[in-house]
Design a protein around this ligand. Structure first.
Ligand code: BGC
Length: 586
């Protein structure tokens, strides 16, 4: 029988703080083998192991490591050639096992990526599949990917776009058919309608579960199954908002993303995956399924995928939008919170990220209206928002340093997606440059060799925010993260699992909401504006207790107390946060 402690641990993911490691840019171990393995500096598994103390000190519960499997690296690891091999540049399977052991000793869980919607075109399944189609031998692999004949006029089977631009169909002259790819043409879509494919993927999942991983981050889940009839996507209605997670710079946003993704059959497969991780074989400890969901309304779809014992949690793209003013930012936040109020299937199931390796860094994406000398304070305010949202959160490496978007010229880009967007934007690569560990070191202490991607052209911003600098400064963003995470844990029940209520009468640039778990009711008010703003306390809140006095919040400069109160209104300083405990209702 599960005792109480175990039962609590079973739900560890509800409200977990997960740290995303973009492996390639995290830290290269200085050990011999790794140093010899590549001409350019590349983050390694041993590098992560060597930085576990840093991660542990942040106070996070788990790490998610981006793909480290054998791959031609055209999409930097999201194009897998062999699901069970470690790419030599990242280390070896032994390194990974050592990393899991060390992380577990530090009570950190380890989550790894599952890319199931597609493989690399160099994967042997695709090679065999092509052969079988060419030779017309009817080998079982024939149906492992999605092949279709051209239309009578030679055009692709339908109007679907690839996320990386152009048609989602690539003509294979040797096979004489088109195949489907949602991303690069070298990332053919697997046919998850084929039971053999699903079984194989689950078998591979077992391989990693047996090694001891604590769960999976499931890549691009809605893309796993499309409309089987291959119906065209309809055009977007004029004025209708774009789908969450799709770049407004590409023509695909003119279509409603409804038939190329998110088939009705997909939730059934998610149940199969859940059955595996919940099975007797893995009952020793809870394993997490965390999905990535980009869709028309990503919160709504994430709710569907986490309902009825499918995924445990899913992160959405609602907060990954860009803005130019405080008011726009508050609008984005409000819409996302309203959608989560409406759609969350169970408290604690939703997962939030404000940044990741696929999007411009939040300090720049949201903070470009903030003057440079206030950027660190802004980063702390964003942190306070992110860490007070219901459910779990993913923090992307470097967010805890308040890193801005890295500036790179077009010719310095490595990412195929950024290149496809042309010279107008540096999206993903600007968030993927290397972690600045040491301000004075040549390559920011990341490696001893020139890194795989150039240092940012705004290098000084990165040096100023390097880990060693921030360690020395008690007011740094890094210290604020450590302290805030510690404080969040003290209010875990209300913050992670409690009910959310948005205060709709509050006007921009303020945002306010309450969180309650029945034991305590907390009020959070944020001023995203660059001027002072007044927050009137409701009559029954006159007795509310400011939480500024609680350690560790008392150390944080952007957190306000009731000292600046005028006639029952809290005067919030620019870019500040007012947290309070509300009096019990009688
Ligand atoms: C990953 C991206 C990748 C894409 C295709 C995404 O969701 O996070 O980095 O390019 O899936 O696999």
């Amino acid at each position: 029988m599960v005792n109480q402690l175990q039962a609590k641990d079973l739900l560890w993911w509800k409200g977990a703080v997960i740290y995303e490691i973009y492996l390639r840019s995290f830290y290269e171990s200085r050990s011999e083998d790794a140093a010899n393995s590549s001409h350019r500096g590349v983050g390694t598994l041993r590098g992560v192991l060597e930085k576990l103390d840093y991660i542990k000190k942040l106070g996070v519960d788990a790490i998610w490591i981006t793909p480290f499997y054998d791959s031609p690296m055209k999409d930097f690891g999201y194009d897998i050639r062999d699901y069970c091999q470690v790419a030599a540049e990242f280390g070896s399977l032994e390194d990974f096992i050592a990393l899991i052991d060390a992380a577990h000793q530090q009570n950190l869980k380890v989550i790894v990526d599952r890319v199931w919607g597609h493989t690399s075109d160099e994967h042997e399944w695709f090679q065999k599949c092509r052969e079988s189609l060419r030779d017309e031998e009817g080998l079982p692999e024939e149906d492992w990917y999605v092949w279709r004949a051209a239309q009578s006029d030679g055009m692709p089977p339908n109007n679907w776009f690839s996320i990386f631009s152009g048609s989602a169909w690539k003509w294979d002259p040797e096979v004489g058919k088109y195949y489907l790819h949602h991303f690069l043409a070298s990332q053919p879509a697997l046919n998850l309608y084929n039971q053999q494919v699903r079984e194989k993927l689950l078998e591979i999942a077992q391989f990693w579960l047996d090694l001891g991983v604590d769960g999976f981050r499931l890549d691009a889940v809605p893309f796993w199954m499309h409309n089987r009839e291959l119906e065209n996507n309809p055009p977007r209605h004029p004025g209708e908002p774009f789908a969450d997670g799709f770049s407004p710079d590409l023509p695909l946003v003119k279509q409603r993303q409804v038939n190329n993704i998110d088939s009705d059959r997909l939730p059934g497969f998610l149940r199969e995956v859940r059955r595996l991780v919940d099975s007797e074989a893995y009952s020793d400890r809870p394993r997490l399924l965390m999905g990535e969901v980009a869709a028309e309304n990503s919160i709504e779809v994430a709710a569907k995928y986490t309902d009825k014992n499918r995924l445990h949690t899913a992160y959405n793209f609602a907060l990954l939008k860009a803005c130019h003013k405080a008011n726009e930012l508050v609008e984005i936040l409000r819409l996302a919170l309203e959608s989560s109020e409406k759609n969350t299937v169970e408290e604690g199931r939703i997962c939030w990220c404000v940044g990741n390796h696929d999007i411009e860094r939040v300090a720049s994406r949201w903070g470009n209206y903030v003057p440079p000398q206030k950027r660190d304070r802004f980063a702390k305010l964003v942190m306070a928002l992110h860490l007070c949202l219901p459910g779990s959160v993913c923090i992307y490496q470097g967010e805890e340093l308040g890193l801005p978007q890295a500036e790179l010229e077009y010719h310095q880009l490595r990412d195929p997606y950024d290149k496809a967007l042309g010279k107008r934007r540096v999206g993903r690569d600007g968030a993927r440059t290397v972690m600045p560990w040491q301000a004075e070191e040549k390559y920011l202490g990341f490696s001893e060799k020139y890194p795989w991607i150039d240092l940012p052209n705004n290098e000084q911003d990165y040096r100023d925010r390097a880990v060693d600098r921030q360690e020395e400064d008690p007011n740094s963003v890094l210290h604020a993260y450590r302290e805030f995470i510690r404080w969040r844990k003290q209010h875990q029940a209300a913050i992670a699992r409690g009910e959310l209520r948005i205060l709709r009468s509050v006007e921009e640039p303020l945002l306010a909401f309450t969180r309650t778990d029945g034991h305590e009711e907390l009020l959070f008010v944020y001023n995203f504006g660059l001027r002072k703003s007044r927050f009137p306390l409701a009559l029954h809140w006159y007795e509310c207790l400011s939480l500024k006095d609680e350690t560790p919040l008392s150390n944080l400069d952007f957190v306000m107390s009731r000292e600046q109160e005028v006639e029952h209104s809290i005067i919030l300083e620019p870019l500040s946060f007012f947290p309070a405990r509300l009096p019990e209702l009688h």
